[in-house]
Design a protein around this ligand. Structure first.
Ligand SMILES: CC(C)(COP(=O)(O)OP(=O)(O)OC[C@H]1O[C@@H](n2cnc3c(N)ncnc32)[C@H](O)[C@@H]1OP(=O)(O)O)[C@@H](O)C(=O)NCCC(=O)NCCS
Length: 186
């Protein structure tokens, strides 16, 4: 991943749905559904903010034109239609996994979600079928997040995490508080 900068771009609903289908084809339908739910790939919701993070080549003298197009990761912030909650979800393409990217894109996504829905609680849910990710989050819960509950039914059940920033916290402070991101993401 050296030399690549993940640059976020907001997607239309149709763009988000196409991206999730492509992500599912890459990681496999079974893995997609074990990670996000049996109804995936799903439609994008009308108010949902979906960002794709594309690889831009870091500029240097040997590279006159920064290129961008290769999707590295995606992030979604989905306001609940009733409760004052925004659900955060992320995915990283296999070739960019295991490099700490998810923390960086989560920070960038949260900063935008916080700015757009300042009064809402940011939450994430992890399906119990996504064992490696759940174990990782429990082992290294990102700063500011905490596990707040679970449900067992319907199978496979899910575990809920909430971001505990006070409502008055600015989006920039949220990005810093949520930790992990040392790189300059726009
Ligand atoms: C789960 C997922 C979002 C994690 O994204 P990621 O960017 O790969 O996550 P990280 O790089 O922060 O962590 C992954 C592992 O790489 C390790 N890692 C992080 N930076 C690293 C580096 N620079 N060098 C080597 N390993 C590194 C982490 O310690 C972690 O190790 P662990 O598996 O032993 O705990 C991604 O794998 C994914 O999209 N998976 C498929 C779908 C999915 O499960 N989505 C989540 C639904 S809730």
């Amino acid at each position: 991943m050296d030399g690549l900068i993940p640059v976020p771009r907001k997607l239309s609903s149709a763009g988000a749905e196409a991206l999730w289908r492509a992500f599912g084809e890459t990681i496999g339908l079974e893995a997609l559904r074990a990670a996000y739910g049996p109804y995936w790939p799903r439609p994008a919701m009308p108010d949902e903010m979906v960002l794709v993070f594309e690889a831009a080549v870091r500029w240097d003298r040997s590279c006159q034109q920064p290129g961008a197009s290769d999707p590295m990761a995606w992030g979604s912030a989905r306001p609940d239609p009733v409760d004052p909650v925004v659900w955060i979800a992320t995915g990283v393409w296999p070739q960019y996994q295991r490099a700490g990217l998810v923390g960086r894109i989560r920070d960038a996504l949260m900063a935008r979600a916080r700015a757009r829905w300042p009064e809402r609680l940011l939450m994430a849910s992890v399906l119990k079928s996504n064992t490696p990710h759940l174990e990782r989050l429990r082992r290294q819960t990102p700063s500011g997040w905490r596990e707040v509950g679970y449900r067992d039914v319907p199978a496979p059940g899910e575990v809920f995490f909430a971001f505990q920033a006070p409502p008055s916290m600015s989006s920039a402070a949220v990005a810093m508080h949520s930790g992990g991101s040392k790189a300059a993401l726009p």
